[in-house]
Design a protein around this ligand. Structure first.
Ligand code: 1CP
Length: 362
């Protein structure tokens, strides 16, 4: 196993001025691998279109206007948190705002995001200054502040950002992609421009994350959503160094989660990012995944989001199995293996959260 760039448990022992109720919350204790009285749980994309309250908010604001309105962001995050009775909120925002701030035009027409793709090395050289871009995203930190202000004292707010590789892939492809061939061709053929792009993204993401922490985020998650498209060797060479830079920028005492989809082949590398918690997608058996990580690391996951669409009895049995697999090990945060699906019944999601708490209460 290769060496860890940071001392283990970067979040342990340094309270960063966090209030005792927050520091001792079961969510942050689980992030630190400490025993808890019931397994904490939250859902990736918990404030989304499956929730009627979110859809109502969206009738009053376009998606980007919502992201730029801290009070409306706090409403979206807090309403979802309170309805689901989950152990953490996540600031309402989007990973792609960083690209827009750097000068890549972004719109949310139709169903998904659209970006004007970066054409070449000259376009990368012409991107805006990363620290200026992060400063222009001050509304994200304000959304964190408003979310923390409206939260119960033992409920942390998770800050987040996209990992540099995933953001670079979006910028080069112009949106979601199947094979990420533009990205791969570019990083193999233009290593210097690739490095320049990822360094700018790392600087912007690091500054954005530090601003979220300064505003009260007690935990941060990096989404490397497209990491799984790379081989292990390519992830280690072209992506991991920039994620490591972002993790190292997080103040000590603040828990860090890294999450990537399609990442069964990358789990050990994700642990080398220096994070405290590795998000495990729905691919691998959770215990087997955990056993591949260095001792002391916590895990988050990994129920297939489609299970929330299944009949309740089957969902409950499947969840029981998953929880039994990791029973007795400290440091599990229950979550889905990816974001909650649009067709999910909110009441079933809420029942799932309750079941996780009940089934694990000690
Ligand atoms: O129509 C709408 O209202 C927009 C739907 C939506 C929402 C609710 C988008 C567009 N983004 C978000 C919010 C969001 N995005 C959050 C906060 C909400 C919460 O978690 O409660 C978060 C954490 C994200 C992160 C995000 N955005 C990721 C990483 C997570 C993942 O799923 O891998 C990615 C890839 C994005 C890009 C994005 N933004 C929106 C969409 C539909 C997408 C994905 C499109 C694609 O597949 O490329």
């Amino acid at each position: 196993m290769s060496s860890d760039p940071r001392p283990r448990l970067r979040s342990a022992g340094n309270r960063q001025g966090l209030p005792p109720a927050l520091w001792g919350s079961r969510f942050l204790r689980a992030c630190r691998g400490e025993p808890v009285e019931a397994t904490p749980v939250w859902l990736m994309r918990q404030a989304g279109r499956y929730l009627p309250s979110y859809r109502a908010l969206r009738t009053r604001h376009s998606f980007l206007a919502l992201c730029r309105n801290p009070q409306a962001c706090a409403e979206a995050a807090l309403t979802a948190r309170a309805f689901l009775e989950v152990d953490a909120s996540i600031v309402f925002s989007d990973i792609l705002l960083v690209l827009e701030a750097l000068g890549v035009p972004l719109s949310f027409a139709g169903d998904g995001p659209q970006l004007r793709p970066l054409a070449d090395a000259a376009a990368i050289a012409g991107l805006r200054d990363p620290l200026q871009a992060a400063a222009d995203l001050g509304f994200v930190a304000e959304a964190v502040r408003a979310t923390v202000a409206g939260s119960p004292p033992d409920i942390p707010c998770i800050g987040f950002a996209g990992a540099p590789f995933t953001l670079a892939a979006y910028a080069l492809e112009g949106g979601a992609s199947r094979g990420f061939l533009r990205t791969k061709r570019f990083l193999y053929a233009e290593p210097v421009a690739w490095q320049q792009l990822c360094e700018r993204l790392s600087a912007c993401v690091s500054a954005l994350i530090c601003a979220q922490v300064a505003a009260g985020a007690a935990c941060v998650q990096f989404f490397d959503s497209w990491a799984g498209t790379l081989s292990r060797a390519d992830y280690a060479e072209y992506a991991l160094p920039y994620l490591q830079r972002c993790v190292q920028a997080v103040p000590p005492g603040i828990a860090v989660i890294v999450f990537a989809t399609g990442s069964t082949h990358l789990l050990e590398l994700l642990a080398e990012s220096g994070a405290d918690v590795v998000g495990v997608d729905s691919g691998p058996d959770l215990l087997s995944a955990w056993q591949r990580l260095p001792p002391g690391l916590a895990v988050q996951g990994n129920l297939d989001p489609a299970w929330l669409l299944a009949p309740w009895n089957l969902l409950r049995a499947r969840t029981r199995e998953l929880l039994d697999r990791v029973r007795g090990r400290a440091g599990h945060i229950a979550n889905l293996g990816h974001g909650v699906l649009k067709d999910t019944d909110p009441w079933q999601a809420r029942a799932w959260v309750r079941y996780v708490h009940e089934a694990t209460r000690r």
